[in-house]
Design a protein around this ligand. Structure first.
Ligand SMILES: *Cc1c(COP(=O)(O)O)cnc(C)c1O
Length: 351
């Protein structure tokens, strides 16, 4: 096997657009004849899939994915963050769309081996990392809506910089009143492909109005904050950190959980509960809303500078990154890169 490296890309290290560049190798495993084929699972050169036009995933979207990151510091040490949580969440996503369960240990080991093999691709500049994308697609070459009998599980790697085009500048959110991302009993609690197709129209419309992302409201009452496109959401009101409780329609983010655990352990007041748009607007108007931030693997922590609702804009704090937002960012990225001690046992050092 040839081992060609894209030297130019690796040396550039910064200005890596999210999800555009991929490393030389990928992991691949198939499911057929009633079982995952662990014996033929392999790490092989990154290459296209050749699939029949009738392949089920193209038509019915039976697919799940995950997203996590590997970080490399100046000393060349490589770490991944809470990766078994991603494996377990992927297993739960599989359950929701009838994809057969896989051995999380086997896939986790494959992920570790792949990252180690590709460690030279991990950028080291501030805010950069190697994004890891495990995913599963249904590959039956046949039409008809039912659970497929064939699947591909693959892992691909992408060196990335900051998630948003304008780096760590605060983002703006559009509170979406009309379209819904998820409802109780639906698939919003799981990282399944269909959720994202369903959210694109609202994203496009928010972008046309000049906002970076959609802030979703609950489907039942249309008044409670749920989350952002690929991030969970936090509000700081009267010094208390508040995040919407997971109620079946919110994606249980690993960064969300880490943020809650981190802030609680450091003595912050944290509440997981319902948060209505009215509460946040009133807090913005009376000055008690000091910060809003999103959390997710891709962006880690993203400050929110303003949000729009029913044609009006509300500024958050002074429009700049807030103190708690900065604290969570520094602490989480510190732990992830090995700059700060990992008192929670969240990181796994690979190299
Ligand atoms: C992946 C994702 C998140 C963030 O989850 P992390 O585990 O923190 O990366 C939040 N919301 C949605 C809709 C997501 O898909």
């Amino acid at each position: 096997m040839k081992f060609i490296k894209c030297k130019e890309l690796k040396d550039k290290n910064t200005d890596l657009k999210f999800g555009r560049n991929f490393t030389d190798y990928m992991f691949m495993m198939t499911y057929h004849d009633g079982e995952w084929d662990y014996r033929n699972a392999c790490i092989k050169p990154y290459e296209p899939f050749v699939l029949d036009p009738s392949t089920s995933v193209f038509h019915y979207g039976q697919a799940v994915f995950e997203g996590l990151k590997a970080y490399k510091n100046d000393k060349g040490e490589v770490r991944i963050f809470r990766s078994m949580d991603n494996m377990n969440r992927m297993l739960e996503s599989c359950w929701r769309v009838c994809i057969p369960a896989f051995d999380t240990e086997v896939v986790h080991n494959a992920l570790v081996e792949l990252v180690k093999l590709e460690k030279d691709w991990i950028p080291t500049a501030e805010g950069t990392s190697l994004y890891i994308r495990p995913f599963i697609i249904a590959t039956d070459p046949a039409l008809g809506v039912h659970a497929a009998k064939n699947y591909i599980l693959a892992i691909i790697l992408s060196p990335v910089g900051a998630y948003y085009a304008h780096g760590f500048d605060p983002v703006s959110l559009y509170v979406e009143e009309h379209y819904k991302r998820a409802c109780k009993g639906g698939t919003g609690h799981h990282k399944v492909a269909v959720n994202y197709a369903a959210s694109i129209l609202a994203s496009e419309e928010a972008a046309k109005r000049g906002y970076d992302q959609t802030l979703w409201l609950d489907a039942q009452e249309n008044k409670y904050m749920e989350e952002v496109g690929s991030m969970n959401i936090f509000f700081v009101i009267n010094g208390v950190v508040v995040t919407p409780a997971l109620g079946g329609s919110i994606l249980p983010g690993i960064t969300r959980r880490s943020t809650v655990e981190l802030l609680m352990s450091r003595g912050y007041k944290v509440e997981e509960r319902k948060v209505s748009v009215d509460e946040v607007i009133n807090a913005s108007l009376d000055g008690s809303l000091t910060e809003i931030f999103g959390t997710g693997t891709a962006a880690v922590v993203s400050p929110v500078g303003k949000f729009g609702y029913k044609g009006r804009d509300y500024v958050v704090g002074d429009g700049n990154m807030g103190k708690i937002t900065k604290y969570v960012y520094d602490e989480l990225t510190g732990i992830q890169t090995g700059k700060k001690p990992d008192e929670f046992g969240w990181v796994e050092r690979l190299v």
